[in-house]
Design a protein around this ligand. Structure first.
Ligand SMILES: CC(C)(COP(=O)(O)OP(=O)(O)OC[C@H]1O[C@@H](n2cnc3c(N)ncnc32)[C@H](O)[C@@H]1OP(=O)(O)O)[C@@H](O)C(=O)NCCC(=O)NCCS
Length: 155
């Protein structure tokens, strides 16, 4: 995957992103949701020769001097998984949030999503609490948190 570039998402990427989103999630985001994140520092795509293989969507909210980054979406096309792209996207997203001033980063993940949980834990996220019925189908979420001041950029 040396020929994969992680770069800012552009409008021209949105249909590819939406196609991957629909293959990955039972409750996919609509086009307009991705569109609204186009200028956020944490909306990045993994691009191989002009085709999008995965993406991360994250933003930063002001919070009384301790700004909070939020990883809102992360997905890799099924045929491109297990090659390190999810980890690369997450790390680049966290770096972008850090540059944008985030002190801590939060995210929600399905309690049954073992791949994502393993990725987030190995990147340094801790489960802060379990949120009952967070998803529309009734599944619980873990709210996970990473303190960027203690984050070494690895994972
Ligand atoms: C979660 C996801 C983004 C991981 O992407 P990926 O490119 O396959 O991940 P990577 O190859 O970078 O692997 C990174 C780590 O993820 C974890 N992981 C990835 N696939 C896994 C699997 N099948 N089982 C268990 N852990 C797995 C491992 O910790 C792995 O680290 P390791 O290779 O050192 O063991 C991908 O599985 C995906 O798109 N899933 C569907 C969408 C989704 O659930 N997104 C998260 C929403 S919160």
């Amino acid at each position: 995957m040396a020929d994969v570039t992680v770069r800012d998402a552009e409008r021209a990427d949105l249909l590819d992103v939406l196609r991957i989103e629909k293959r990955c999630f039972t409750e996919p985001w609509p086009y307009a949701a991705f569109e609204s994140f186009l200028n956020e520092p944490g909306f990045l795509v993994a691009d191989r020769e002009g085709s999008v293989l995965g993406y991360v969507v994250a933003d930063v909210m002001p919070n009384h001097g301790r700004d909070i980054g939020h990883v809102k979406d992360l997905a890799v096309a099924p045929e491109a998984r297990g090659l390190g792209l999810g980890r690369r996207l997450l790390q680049r997203g966290l770096l972008a949030l850090s540059f944008a001033g985030a002190a801590v980063v939060k995210l929600e993940v399905r309690v049954g999503n073992n791949s994502a949980l393993s990725l987030y834990r190995s990147a340094g996220f801790d489960s802060a609490r379990r949120v009952p019925s967070y998803y529309a189908d009734g599944e619980d979420a873990y709210l996970m948190v990473l303190d960027l001041s203690e984050w070494g950029g690895g994972g």
